[in-house]
Design a protein around this ligand. Structure first.
Ligand code: ADP
Length: 409
């Protein structure tokens, strides 16, 4: 039977949610259906909180004080009761799935949430101080508001639990690394896993038979080498700061830049953290973290054109760097998949990140690359030995699916 799952992604001052109907797995043809989605913002702020709910009767917005996550989830429940869809209908909710950013090396699979699991997620907060406490707040609130159903935590790191030691180990003192949990964990795992599986389906193969590079290029961006369905290398590390150039994150830099900024520029650790995580990448180089703005600047004749062009070149240079590395590590490459906001929409980035790779068997077809008629599509040329796809990611749907796998094995 079709089951309905509420998927919750909570940030420090926001809660995103979707109510998803998941058809039975035997019904492989049928896709998940989003019955409602919404966003609660400005939780715990002095200004009134803001709610947006898209349901069967269109969009409803509200402004009201929202003191904490519990009040936020309570307000969401009220909206469902007032404007629908009813959470009681069709046998009621089957479960609640929660996105959790950092699962450390403990959580290699989605987990049924118990008090012990919540406390373990909380204990991982030093590794993800911006994310895990917010995820815990969302989980605790939702468990109080929906006490009668099972709750499941789906971890961004879990798909990368198959990284081999050579890929996840940083070359530092082993005792320090072990004492403080310093290793590469990787993120966006729910998306990488989903897109790799879909890409295998598009190739007409079982995931275990193919090697794929998945490029998740959103505001945050990461790239993963997937061998036979398993993540074997990924660009994000201890935190989502490592790897590609992103909307507002620098990605890889020489770690000595940090010491230099401390010693020479007199910056504090927090200032450098903010600089590299929130004021770098596209935003730092051009003033905007949105690729559409950057392309507009680069095409214009304003003073910002040169910086914007350089930023785009740095972005693609870094992508190529990883494509080469992951191709070498995989040995054989069947497909490359682009996903997330930039990957799904930015024709220029797709073309330029793969430009000049003909010798490696990677050839894009310009017309297919520009064609937007199908969201999920192949863009490689007929003679490209590595096939290239655009595969829209769907993290919420994947969380709903994994939630049901745990609750109804
Ligand atoms: P998030 O990491 O916040 O989930 P998304 O995957 O939604 O991000 O990606 C958001 C980013 O996608 C935007 O900041 C923008 O840079 C980029 N983007 C969205 N639409 C387009 C477009 N049509 N062309 C180029 N880039 C786009």
């Amino acid at each position: 039977m079709t089951r309905r799952v509420l998927v919750i992604n909570s940030g420090s001052s926001s809660i995103k949610y979707q109510l998803i109907a998941v058809p039975p797995t035997e019904d492989g043809e049928k896709e998940n259906e989003v019955l409602a989605s919404g966003l609660v913002e400005r939780i715990g702020e002095i200004r009134d909180g803001r709610l947006r709910h898209d349901g069967p009767s269109g969009r409803v917005t509200r402004e009201m004080p929202i003191a904490d996550h519990k009040a936020g989830v309570g307000a969401v429940l009220k909206l469902f009761e007032e404007v629908g869809p009813s959470l009681e209908a069709n046998g009621g909710l089957a479960g609640v799935g929660h996105r959790v950013v950092q699962g450390g090396d403990r959580f290699t699979q989605p987990a049924l949430i118990t008090d012990d699991v919540v406390s373990r997620i909380d204990h991982l907060s030093p590794l993800a101080p911006l994310h895990n406490p917010a995820n815990v707040a969302g989980i605790e609130a939702a468990r109080e508001v929906f006490p009668e159903v099972g709750h499941v935590a789906v971890f961004d790191t879990a798909f990368h639990s198959t990284l081999p030691p050579a890929a996840y180990t940083y070359a530092i003192d082993r005792e320090i690394a072990s004492k403080y949990g310093i290793r590469r964990y990787g993120f966006h795992g729910t998306s990488h896993g989903y897109v790799a599986r879909r890409t295998a389906q598009l190739l007409g193969k079982d995931p275990s038979e193919v090697n794929i590079i998945v490029m998740h290029l959103g505001n945050g961006a990461s790239i993963t080498a997937v061998r036979g369905g398993l993540s074997v290398d990924t660009s994000m590390g201890l935190t989502p700061l490592e790897g590609l150039m992103m909307g507002s994150r620098s990605g890889n830099i020489d770690p000595a830049v940090i010491f230099h900024l401390q010693r020479v520029a007199g910056m504090t650790t927090d200032q450098i953290d903010t600089l590299l995580n929130r004021k770098s990448g596209m935003l730092g180089m051009t003033g905007s973290n949105d690729m559409r703005d950057v392309h507009e600047m680069a095409a214009g004749d304003g003073e910002d054109a040169f910086d914007a062009q350089l930023a785009l070149e740095v972005y693609c240079h870094r992508l190529q760097h990883y494509i080469g590395a992951y191709y070498a590590q995989l040995g054989r490459l069947d497909a490359i998949a682009f996903t997330a906001g930039v990957g799904e929409n930015d024709t220029w980035v797709r073309e330029n990140s793969l430009a000049g790779l003909g010798q490696m068997g990677i050839q894009i077809d310009a017309q297919r690359n520009a064609d937007r008629s199908q969201p999920e599509r192949e863009i490689s040329a007929d003679d490209s030995t590595v096939r290239v796809f655009v595969v829209p990611t769907d993290e919420e749907s994947e969380i709903a699916r994994q939630t049901l796998d745990v609750l109804f094995p």
